[in-house]
Design a protein around this ligand. Structure first.
Ligand SMILES: NC(=O)c1ccc[n+]([C@@H]2O[C@H](COP(=O)([O-])OP(=O)(O)OC[C@H]3O[C@@H](n4cnc5c(N)ncnc54)[C@H](OP(=O)(O)O)[C@@H]3O)[C@@H](O)[C@H]2O)c1
Length: 263
């Protein structure tokens, strides 16, 4: 059985591997390369083996998961030691032409996963740059095991995805700050209870989104005429909360494009 290798064993690799293990993926077919002792130990504790030269001919896919500043060096290392490797770059911002300037004897895919892959709730954007359909399907299958996959058509869309979905959880955490303060008071400063209440609130929202109703319908179900919710919503509208939120997302998407242009 061919193996997959994660080059870089930090946050995102750990999230994907935890998701893969809980989806039943065989640990024996996952390897890693990393210079950081702490990250190496985390993976070893999970029962994941380190790549060695003895595995050289048994590798199917390489997942490139180092920081953007380290990406080209790591990519070259893979290309120099493997004939036409299949590389899936998880690296934000570094465009395919940068890699191809080092070597284009490669099957290359870009993907942008999220750390919720750890709970098999990941959202991964994928884009086939130069791989065969069979390789691309194999990569998509791995990401499908840890959540859902959104296929992109153009490389620029990777930047929009990063600003929208990659950063997305932080936007909702930020909004929750307004809840946390008030809920803590209601929950007698019990932070565990407060966290549980916020999690329950969001779970309810998430489940409602899956029943096929429009967002306006969902709002209408909560807000009755002249009621409390309507008063809250009116105030949000008056203070242009939605357009301010949208501007924040635009700023993140623009920053993601800037980073790609800088690299
Ligand atoms: N974290 C996320 O939520 C997320 C989501 C989507 C995509 N990504 C992308 O995934 C990539 C990795 O992010 P991360 O947060 O997982 O990074 P990270 O936690 O810093 O992990 C990267 C690991 O790779 C190691 N490494 C770097 N260059 C190496 C080399 N030449 N040889 C051996 N090991 C090397 C690093 O070692 P040192 O610590 O010694 O440098 C580190 O242990 C980034 O490009 C990011 O854009 C991240």
């Amino acid at each position: 059985m061919k193996k997959i290798v994660f080059f870089g064993a930090g946050n995102i690799t750990q999230s994907i591997i935890l998701g893969l293990i809980s989806s039943g993926h065989n640990k024996e077919n996952i390897l890693f390369i990393d210079r950081n002792r702490k990250n190496r130990n985390v993976l070893k504790k999970l029962g994941i083996k380190e790549y060695t030269n003895s595995h050289k001919d048994k590798i199917d896919l390489f997942f490139l998961a180092v920081k953007p500043k380290d990406a080209l060096v790591a990519y070259e290392e893979i290309c120099n030691s493997h004939k036409k490797p299949k590389v899936i770059s998880l690296v934000a911002g570094v465009r395919s032409k940068k890699y191809f300037s080092k070597s284009n004897n490669v099957e290359f895919i870009r993907a942008m996963p999220t750390t919720s892959s750890r709970f098999n709730k990941g959202i991964t954007a994928s884009l086939n740059i130069s791989s065969t359909l069979s390789t691309y399907n194999k990569a998509k299958k791995i990401f499908s095991k840890v959540g859902m996959v959104i296929e992109l058509k153009k490389e620029q869309e990777m930047d929009s995805f990063t600003g929208l979905i990659g950063s997305g959880p932080a936007y909702f955490f930020y909004l929750l700050k307004a809840y946390e303060k008030r809920l803590m008071k209601l929950c007698n400063n019990d932070s565990a209870l407060t966290a549980k209440a916020m999690s329950g609130l969001l779970e309810g929202v998430a489940l409602s989104l899956e029943d096929g109703s429009s967002i306006d319908d969902l709002i209408e179900r909560v807000a009755s005429k002249k009621g409390t919710t309507e008063a809250g919503l009116k105030s949000f509208k008056k203070n242009k909360l939605l357009s301010s939120f949208d501007k924040g997302i635009s700023a993140a998407v623009n920053r993601s494009k800037e980073i790609a242009d800088e690299s």
